[in-house]
Design a protein around this ligand. Sequence first.
Ligand code: GUN
Length: 292
Amino acid sequence: MTILDGKKVSNDIKDEITEQVKKMVAKGEKVPHLAAIIVGNDGASLTYVASKVRACERVGFESTMVRMSNTTSEVELLDKIEELNTDNDIDGFIIQLPLPPQINTQKVLMAVNPDKDVDGFHPMNFGKMALDMSTFIPATPFGILELMDRYGVETKGKHTVVIGRSHIVGRPMSILMGRKGFPGNSTVTLTHSHTKNITQITSQADIIISALGVPNFLKAEMVKDDAVIIDVGITRVADDTAAKGYVITGDVDFENVSKKASYITPVPGGVGPMTIAMLLKNTLLARERHMQ
Ligand code: GUN
């Protein structure tokens, strides 16, 4: 069994990006600038955005965090988006999700200039991804592809089962794994809350990508020997013995599933750090496009 070490690979990627930024600086070019809008005070979202800002500093990018109150109206957020769309200094930006209920998420994501949409959530970029055109690929699926690529995990002709059909992970992942190319060329089954007999499906999978958000959902008896297991779950589970009062728990019963798997991602230290590294990659791509 091999651990797919997202922490290590993400650090390698950050080192590679740092080198590219140094070359840009040496040539007198402007460094990439990422902005992140966060609406409200959700603890997990604030932690993620803070990690994204720290990652920018680590590789030499500029970053801007825009904090807006929980009572922000849709119009106020759309105004801020327009400001970032037209700010020539900003190469790419993200709006951290989820948004408060008074705001229509789809309307907001459609307001982002597709050339600055480093999350790849705009329908134009999502459509390009589905049509194999060059574009920004959402960071978490992109990170999973990169992790499999760097470990040489074979995906061609394999049966990939994706659990969860979220717009951020499950849906794009199901499209990407079925695309022509590597990683890809898989036969894909997308499962969700209406799927019947999920164990029957997962137990036939060569690769399982779980993005459900239900701690320890995937048990050893749901997995065949030598399967590749990708765990996207990051649920905070209360734990009085932990310093923060909670532990981050994945969708996979790691202790037992890891005994059967050929490759497996840990939580934390698997997919999570890869997401941030790929956001940086997308921001670098946005800067390069911006220069052209
Ligand atoms: N919320 C959870 N994951 C993500 C992500 O990848 N991007 C944004 N913007 N919000 C998220």
